[in-house]
Design a protein around this ligand. Structure first.
Ligand SMILES: [Zn+2]
Length: 328
């Protein structure tokens, strides 16, 4: 349940919203802000559900199970509108059109109308201004929830008219402790280093892209330490091919992320407690400490180039060539 996730992962957001719900002090506009991976949008839905649910809990949050809650979850509530700025900007016309529709009596008996603007930083200033002006009308039973990753892209006049609710990334220790109860300890370790959201860790751990990257990582590390040429072979034969894989780039990104975690672990003498191949390789690579700094730089540099790169097999070859030089 989202409210349980919120209570344990985002206590500030939980307490602030609980207080508002319990005391019926809901703001006209909220600004849910925090980095990618934090459950801002999920929490926006939870707030919408909590305003309409008929079985709220003792903290004021929705049951997440009743008909009203399910209708919100399924986007099937006529007086709730979601505008998504993830891929295209939200324009003033979009807001005006909705306001026209919403202006008269609500379509639902509750009388509450809810706007969720996902990636509100991608709405034009005009769009946000007309929304907020409208919200401040005294008769308005409307609530806007702006969901934002980059708050510095919003105008201060917009920010000042919303109640901000911060979302913080989780710590590595928290994620690792939770995840190692659910999955292979090495997966839990690597993914907690790369991603700071429990749900995202769960999804990624099951994806083909991650599974493939993890397989290549093990083969690559054990081959490369014996001979860099063998490492190159591993990448040529099992690597990342846009023709063979649905999302080869994503897979290579996971591979590079894990490789960077590994090289850093070589340098800081970290213990994971898995007792498996990963720790054996750490011991082997620690014998070549000086080269590891260079290898880490190469992995980071390759990762920077990944998104711009069209031909990832070529990028892979270049990386191994540079690595060969580094260990010679
Ligand atoms: Zn409910």
């Amino acid at each position: 349940m989202i409210k349980e996730q919120l209570a344990s992962e985002q206590p500030i957001a939980y307490r602030t919203l609980s207080h508002a719900l319990m005391h019926n002090k809901i703001a006209h506009a909220y600004l849910f802000h925090g980095p990618s991976g934090t459950p801002k949008l999920e929490c926006a839905y939870l707030l919408a559900q909590s305003l309409l649910c008929e079985h709220v809990d003792r903290d004021g949050f929705a049951c997440e199970k009743c008909i009203a809650c399910n209708r919100i979850k399924d986007h099937n509530f006529a007086d709730m509108v979601i505008l998504d700025g993830k891929n295209t900007s939200i324009k003033k016309e979009n807001i005006l059109k909705l306001q026209y529709k919403f202006h008269k009596t609500g379509l639902e008996h509750t009388g509450k109308k809810i706007y969720i603007l996902n990636f509100a930083e991608n709405a034009t200033a005009d769009a946000l201004n007309s929304l907020l002006k409208f919200l401040e009308e005294p008769a308005s039973e409307m609530i806007a929830i702006l969901v934002v990753e980059q708050m510095d892209r919003l105008l201060p006049t917009i920010i000042s008219r919303c109640q901000p609710i911060p979302f913080h990334p989780l710590t590595f220790d928290y994620c690792f402790k939770k995840m190692k109860k659910e999955m292979d300890i090495l997966d839990a370790y690597l993914l907690s280093k790369m991603i700071r959201s429990l749900n995202e860790i769960r999804d990624v751990s099951e994806s083909d892209e991650y599974q493939h990257a993890r397989y290549v990582l093990e083969k690559f590390l054990s081959a490369f330490i014996l001979s860099p040429y063998r490492g190159l072979d591993v990448l040529l034969q099992n690597g990342f091919d846009q023709k063979k894989q649905r999302d080869a780039k994503q897979s290579m990104r996971y591979f590079l992320d894990m490789l960077m975690v590994f090289y850093r672990d070589v340098m800081i003498e970290n213990q994971i407690g898995s007792g498996g191949w990963y720790e054996k390789q750490l011991i082997e690579y620690r014998k070549k400490q000086t080269a590891v700094i260079k290898l880490l730089e190469i992995a980071m540099h390759t990762r920077d180039k990944l998104w711009k790169s069209v031909n990832i097999s070529l990028l892979c070859d270049q990386m191994v060539d540079q690595m060969k030089e580094a260990v010679q």
